[in-house]
Design a protein around this ligand. Structure first.
Ligand code: GUN
Ligand code: FE
Length: 428
């Protein structure tokens, strides 16, 4: 498959969202790919492709892979526990102590290996992920992702204040380590790349933010961080930066807000002005519904963002979030939107299945290039779903997808593809 000009054809029930408004469905269709990119989806196979071997997936569903746009790999050991505090004491009491352990390379290797196996299992094919402040552990996470065949933007966290000594960097040390990681990847053609990752405004001095913005622009490197997640956090940012007009304005001042491709997680309390800044800068808002519930942050008004033309993706945000499954994250996103719908006297419409599917596929995938759709020219990142045990009672393809998302799980994911290549369970 890796030789150039190689054509591959697969057959099955093909479903994707080229637009948020609805599903593109080709029942018993043919998907042709060349060099790992989609060439076309056909109801019947054009003659020019006759004679080429077809991988026939029978009655199974073929859908784009899941894109997780916000996640913390070093918090994997804390998954499903320690959720009795809100954000700031949660960080202080549970998250920072756990992240301190990643100074130990062996510990990092064991947690990161288990983490990658889990996201593979759950059908995530691309991810934007945080590591810790430790350069060696960040490099290790990148190497493990390389081995796995999954796509990842990996961020070494930058943090030089308001955290325990054990994980506090100096601004200059943090910038030097970040530059080294950017340098190591420069010019490399890889599915695994670095992303600049100031943890959030309270953990970065002005000097650090300034230096990171300069690095982002110099290397045209993408940026990820947290934004307007929790009311106490927002108050704190106001105290630290009284001259800034909003939380997002602090990042913007330092060229960390859309000057290069940027992800901002949460945005639960972004006001009109902050949202307008996001829209005008093309910043992607990453909705993390499980985390927002578990850490008691609140409900992100996703509909408002969409109405205003802001791009929205989905994130697991483990271990604030308790599941690596982007399918389950979709369900929670829809459920939260229904609470907002009810609360608004049914004025604010809730998210549809196709809108939410789009966020998890083409919406989030856009951060990685032409990813998340089966339109011509898109990378063939896909999952083959065997939902036979869920679909014995007669359903349409769209109903089967909905049921798999709501009541299915990793046992129904038969195969994962990234750029046309079958990705087996990582042996790390
Ligand atoms: N804000 C700063 N750090 C974190 C983190 O690790 N998780 C979440 N959910 N929010 C944060
Ligand atoms: Fe987070």
């Amino acid at each position: 498959m890796n030789n150039s000009n190689s054509i591959k054809i697969i057959k099955g029930n093909i479903i994707f969202t080229s637009v948020p408004e609805g599903f593109n469905i080709t029942e018993q269709g043919f998907l042709v790919m060349r060099d790992g990119k989609v060439e076309g989806v056909y109801e019947s196979l054009p003659d020019i492709y006759s004679g080429i071997e077809i991988t026939d997936y029978g009655d199974k569903l073929i859908i784009p892979g899941m894109n997780d746009l916000h996640c913390h790999a070093p918090q994997f050991r804390n998954l499903g526990m320690a959720m009795d505090r809100e954000l700031l004491p949660w960080l202080e009491n549970y998250t920072f102590p756990e992240e301190s352990r990643f100074k130990d390379k062996e510990y990092a290797r064991s947690v990161y290996s288990a983490f990658i196996r889990e996201i593979w299992k759950q059908g995530t094919t691309r991810i934007a992920v945080y590591s810790t402040v430790h350069k060696s552990a960040a490099l290790q996470l990148m190497e493990l992702f390389e081995k796995s065949g999954l796509g990842a933007y990996v961020g070494k966290v930058n943090m030089d204040r308001n955290c325990p000594d054990s994980i506090r960097e100096s601004a200059e040390g943090s910038l030097a380590d970040t530059r080294e990681l950017l340098e190591a990847s420069a010019g490399k053609d890889s599915l695994v790349r670095p992303i600049i990752t100031p943890r959030f405004v309270p953990s970065c001095s002005a000097r650090l933010l300034e230096g990171l913005g300069e690095l982002a622009v110099e290397y045209f490197a993408p940026v990820q961080s947290h934004l307007s997640e929790n009311k106490g956090e927002i108050e704190w940012v106001k105290e630290l930066h009284p001259d800034s007009s909003c939380y997002g304005d602090v990042y913007d001042k330092y060229k960390l807000f859309g000057q290069t491709p940027t992800l901002m997680a949460h945005c639960v309390y972004s006001d009109e002005q902050e949202r307008e800044l996001m829209r005008s800068r093309g910043v992607i808002a990453v909705h993390c519904p499980t985390s927002n519930m578990n850490v008691g942050s609140g409900m992100m008004p996703v509909r408002t963002f969409l109405d205003e033309g802001i791009r929205v993706a989905l994130g697991s945000d483990i271990s604030g979030g308790h599941t690596c499954s982007i399918f389950k994250t979709m369900v929670y996103a829809i459920q939260i939107s229904k609470l907002l719908w009810a609360e608004s006297g049914k004025q604010i419409s809730f998210l549809s299945n196709s809108e939410t599917f789009y966020m998890a596929t083409k919406g989030g995938g856009s951060f990685f290039g032409n990813v998340g759709s089966f339109e011509k020219g898109y990378d063939f990142d896909a999952l083959v779903i065997d939902d036979s045990e869920l679909s014995t009672l007669g359903y349409t393809i769209e109903q089967r997808l909905e049921r798999f998302i709501y009541v299915g799980d990793d046992r129904h994911i038969l195969h994962r593809y990234v750029q046309g290549k079958l990705i087996e369970e990582p042996e790390l």
